[in-house]
Design a protein around this ligand. Structure first.
Ligand SMILES: [Zn+2]
Length: 391
């Protein structure tokens, strides 16, 4: 079985890189996806020797770009304040080498509240003209230039396996989990899709160049959301409210123009990012769900050779859903794209031996090329030990 694991940079420093990689190599992992650019969060770290509840900085990096890597980029990356004097990517690559483990760069791109606050003109703008303070619009040239600078900096500065891009396109959903996020209305998948769509002037202009009138779509979206909020009162029992599939519901509601616009933008960006990576001697992989990434514009039709691997988020309590998603993805994604199923080692997923073995078997029997475990720092030591018994 081929496998790897997501690792956060603070665990590498706090536990010591050699301890982390020696532990991981005992479980026979071939690679890790190390977070090198990451968002904030509040995490419980069961086996970290120096912290238990950790607040991570928002929108920071954990490596040292070369001096000129971001010269052409308006957005200059900020290093984590907690690890300002460490190049955790370099430390990891150096030590991982001794254990025969490849380090991939897990890179959060446009989901960056720090940049959205500092450069509100680059933030996603919703249908009401309000800024999303968590996400930059991918259509803005400053945003895509930043992503490409990240790719070039990582690929040329470090001996990494590949770059896994996260949030490099449109936001995938509306609900995000920001501090005290409360909505009080029922957010259907269609509403989530529309409320996370960008209608900024650059998006309107880009859509116009593709023959799409995004301003018309915006008016339609505003009236659709208005109607949905009013109709919420007709639901007699919240338990019984069901939603049709997203794509079909969007089409039936007359939003095919938005789908075409986002898909076209994201497909072009994927090609650009992939070319930048190839030029710098590496490849990219992306994270996705079994149905694509909803609002991001990334479906499951990848132009040939744009991505090396698709990391499938298959975090389910009901293990049969892992099998369903892997089968679906394996059917849709080209054969030359490696499907790596993400198995979540945290509660309430594959947190014990029985659920772990069943989850991995489900993914492999459905045609997964490898498994990527999520993640080193949040999982218990016991379940990471158990990974040794999978082979
Ligand atoms: Zn935009």
């Amino acid at each position: 079985m081929r496998s790897g694991m997501y690792v956060h940079p603070w665990d590498v420093v706090d536990e010591g890189a050699r301890n982390v990689f020696s532990f991981i190599s005992r479980t026979r992992m071939e690679f890790i996806n190390l977070a090198v650019s990451y968002h904030s969060g509040r995490f419980f770290l069961p086996h970290n020797p120096t912290k238990k509840v950790y607040y991570a900085d928002e929108g920071v990096i954990y490596f040292d770009p070369a001096k000129d890597d971001f010269r052409s980029s308006k957005l200059k990356p900020v290093k984590s304040s907690s690890y300002a004097d460490r190049d955790i990517l370099k430390e990891s690559v150096d030590i991982a080498h001794d254990y025969g483990i490849t380090v991939n760069a897990w890179t959060v791109c446009l989901h960056n509240g720090r940049f959205a606050v500092e450069y509100p003109e680059l933030a996603v703008e919703n249908m009401y003209g309000e800024k999303d303070m968590n996400f930059l619009c991918p259509v803005k040239s400053d945003s895509s230039r930043y992503v490409k600078s990240l790719i070039m900096s990582l690929a040329t500065g470090y001996d990494i396996g590949e770059i896994e891009l996260e949030s490099a396109f449109f936001p995938s959903a509306f609900i995000h989990g920001v501090h005290h996020e409360v909505m009080g209305i029922r957010i259907t998948p269609v509403m989530s899709y529309l409320l996370s769509t960008c209608f900024c002037t650059d998006c309107v202009a880009s859509a116009r160049s593709k023959g799409i009138n995004l301003n018309e779509s915006r008016k339609h979206a505003i009236s659709y959301i208005h109607d949905q909020v009013l109709r919420m009162g007709d639901i007699s029992d919240p338990e019984e409210a069901v939603d049709p599939g997203l794509d079909q519901a969007l089409m039936l509601s007359g939003f095919e123009d938005i789908i075409s616009f986002k898909n076209e933008v994201s497909r072009d960006l994927l090609t650009e990012y992939s070319e930048a990576a190839n030029e710098a001697g590496t490849e990219i992989s992306i994270v996705s769900t079994g149905r694509g990434l909803a609002g991001s514009g990334i479906g499951l039709e990848f132009p040939s050779r744009t991505i090396k691997a698709l990391d499938l988020i298959a975090y389910y309590q009901n293990i049969s859903e892992i099998k369903r998603d892997v089968s679906l993805i394996r059917m849709k994604v080209p054969r030359n794209v490696s499907v790596r199923t993400g198995i979540n080692l945290t509660y309430p997923y594959a947190y014990n031996a029985s659920r772990l073995h069943k989850s991995v078997d489900a993914a492999l029997s459905a045609g997964s090329d490898s498994i990527i475990f999520y993640n080193y720092g949040w999982a218990t030591e016991n379940i990471i030990e158990e990974l040794q018994n999978l082979h």
